[in-house]
Design a protein around this ligand. Structure first.
Ligand code: UDX
Ligand code: ADP
Length: 450
């Protein structure tokens, strides 16, 4: 079996690493049109930071996993092609701000059609709107002079930061295919690969559209829980209740469950917002405006939460942060990743820069280039990138903790307090710090909903 994966990003890189590790007799090739990214995957400095990934790449790279820019050659050789390209939200034209930009998917379909030469199974892994598989099939059918392709939907449920564990021990693997003998045979081929390490009962097969929709709905439900708890955090701040206590109590109801109830400055990442907006667009398209509005509010609540946080900082600092130094601890959208896509830190930093604050940003894994790029049009000489948390906090009027990196819990806050003008403020946007202890040290300390 020969597998090709088009797209060497977070999803393609981690998924193929696990397939190569768990299926030593399967030959896998990851291709990308971005030559610098392929070079990075072939070097010691991988383009993706994910705990445990480096060790696996070292084991399988050159054995049964290769990274290459020869897209045509890899397509020709493959029996099965995973499509793992990015599908950002459209920024222009019809559906701008909501619909997915499918140009990368379409260009991949055309490239496959051009180079395939023989029948293949195409597996879409990218998060895509419902009925995208149909478009891929149509492009292939119109361009391949009678060669038959089967298109499957196999959405990825890994979360960044825990991707290796999620892939090795998934709650479920979902495979959607056409309900025809050829479709079912293709589903079976893909299921066999996963069955090398995933128990059979966790491999769920559905129709194509159920599979595509399930991915959007899973992410919409997860994001909805975060917006729900974040909405209640505002009530806690108004009333003096503690959001972590409330979350603990409601999470103990086995019907609700304890996960995804951590109040925060808001959710980020490449999936939640994009998938909900895809769902909203789909609902609008089918005239379901009330359903669309219902889900859209999950995103609006998330924007509100980020705004509430930056406003709280400005208000606490006597309504002016102009020329004050604020230390930003953490820029990634969550801990254990170097990914900044849709990170809530971006909106908070932009708000503070708009108030003319001076920001000193420290993140253990995000590159200075990524931070500067995300704040490019908002930042000027007021933005500096620090090499340590202590450097970021030195002389700062306030600390805003925006990513829950473990190392922030172990900081010497007495030392930090001594280096700051008074009153010294801490705003914990992830509720990981011991606020009573910080107050004992002299800080004005607050968190989300506490
Ligand atoms: C998500 C889904 O979990 C995954 O199944 C899907 O395949 C891709 O999208 P990811 O975005 O990588 O994964 O990370 P996730 O752990 O879901 O966190 C998303 C955001 O929500 C982060 O910004 C995180 O900090 C935030 N979050 C998460 C909270 O604010 N509170 C929580 O309780 C959980
Ligand atoms: P994800 O988080 O979904 O993996 P990324 O943006 O990290 O998304 O990765 C997607 C990758 O797909 C990028 O490296 C991009 O260069 C690659 N890509 C996009 N379009 C094509 C294409 N037509 N051919 C090959 N690679 C592509």
């Amino acid at each position: 079996m020969n597998i090709c994966c088009i797209g060497a990003g977070y999803v393609g890189g981690t998924t193929m690493a696990i397939i190569a590790q768990r299926c030593p007799r399967v030959q896998t090739t990851i291709v990308d049109m971005n030559a610098a990214r392929i070079a990075a995957w072939n070097s010691d400095a991988l383009p993706v930071y994910e705990p445990g990934l480096e060790e696996i790449i070292r084991e399988v790279r050159g054995r049964n996993l290769i990274f290459s820019t020869d897209i045509a050659g890899a397509i020709k050789r493959a029996d099965l092609i995973f499509v793992c390209v990015n599908t950002p939200t459209k920024t222009y034209g019809l559906g701008a701000g909501r619909a997915a930009d499918l140009r990368y998917i379409e260009s991949v379909a055309r490239t496959i059609a051009e180079h395939a030469g023989s029948p293949k199974i195409i597996v879409e892994k990218s998060t895509i709107p419902v009925k995208t598989a149909e478009s891929i099939s149509a492009i292939l059918a119109a361009n391949t002079r009678g060669i038959r392709f089967q298109v499957l939907s196999n959405p990825e449920f890994l979360a960044e930061g825990t991707a290796i564990g999620d892939l090795q021990n998934p709650d479920r693997v979902l495979i959607g295919g056409e309900r025809t003998p050829e479709g079912e045979a293709a589903v079976k081929t893909l299921a066999e690969i996963y069955a090398s390490w995933v128990p059979r009962e966790r491999i769920i097969t559905t129709s194509l559209w159920s599979s595509e929709l399930s991915k959007l709905v899973a992410n919409a439900f997860l994001a909805q829980r975060i917006s729900s708890i974040n909405a209640i955090s505002a009530v806690c701040e108004a009333t003096g209740a503690d959001i972590d206590e409330v979350a603990h109590v409601i999470g103990r109801d086995s019907r609700i469950g304890p996960k995804f109830l951590k109040a925060s400055i808001g959710f980020g990442g490449s999936c939640f917002q994009k998938d909900i907006l895809n769902l909203v667009y789909l609902c609008d398209h089918f005239g379901l405006s009330e359903v669309a509005a219902y889900w859209e509010h999950v995103v609006r609540m998330n924007d509100h939460q980020k705004k509430r946080f930056s406003t709280r900082i400005v208000k606490a600092l006597f309504n002016t942060v102009a020329e004050k130094k604020i230390a930003i601890l953490g820029f990634a959208f969550k801990k254990n990743t170097n990914d900044v896509r849709e990170s809530p830190a971006i909106a908070v930093c932009r708000d503070l820069l708009a108030e003319h604050a001076r920001l000193s940003v420290y993140d253990p894994k995000v590159t200075p280039e990524d931070i500067r790029r995300e704040l490019a049009d908002a930042a000027d000489s007021r933005l500096t990138i620090a090499r340590t948390a202590y450097e970021a906090c030195e002389g700062a009027h306030a600390i805003a903790l925006l990513t829950e990196w473990d190392e922030f819990k172990a900081l010497d806050f007495a030392r930090i307090f001594a280096s700051m003008p008074k009153p010294a403020f801490v705003f914990d946007g992830r509720n990981i710090l011991d606020l009573p202890k910080l107050r004992t040290l002299g800080f004005q300390a607050s968190g989300i909903g506490r």
